[in-house]
Design a protein around this ligand. Sequence first.
Ligand code: DX5
Ligand code: ZN
Length: 218
Amino acid sequence: PAAPRINPSILAADFVNMEAELARIAAADFVHVDVMDNHFVPNLTFGPQMVERIQATSPIPLDVHLMIADPDRWAPGYAELGAASVTFHLEAATEPVSLARRLRDIGARAGVAVKPATPVEGLFDLLDDFDQILVMTVEPGFGGQSFMSEMMPKLRRLADEAKRRGSSVWLQVDGGIAASTIEQAAEAGADTFVAGSAVFGADDPGRAIAALRETAAR
Ligand code: DX5
Ligand code: ZN
């Protein structure tokens, strides 16, 4: 299998020192950018203006995670800013397949995310329409929450189905990923790992990224 990807979440970074914070994660595969609208989730981060500046400042490709209502309206704008991937929530989208097609047409990888209570079976027939699927391992909205290991059977069912269909879709997990939890997520079939506090809370984020990658590859 491909080397596991580690995507640090800047939700755990110091927002007023973003340029320096981005320099601390030079070893990352993607920068995970959490966009929240105080509506789909009970928290607010930033929108396209900030993402545009991060895009201009970071040499690392952006993995944008939209926790917003009405992604059908807003998601293509993030792809147009040059994000490498744009992931919207299945629970919020009206026309997920046509939205994915629009994201791909703009040149972004198309991603879809599911909250803990949302089953993955509805995605089985859509695997070819997406480049990545994000299985949330916390309720979206805040960093620093505990990893929900009860999501592992769901992740495994998705991984098994992707394998059965010969799909190359990336399987992402987000929430509570740390040295102590990444192994079970990798074992259940994840290949892409979002980590906020475990990376930005470390004295040496570069070493934390390398250690996570190594543990996931075991
Ligand atoms: C939560 C966000 C996550 C968050 C993860 O809603 O989607 O990306 O930053 O933070 P940690 O790794 O601290 O759980
Ligand atoms: Zn996220």
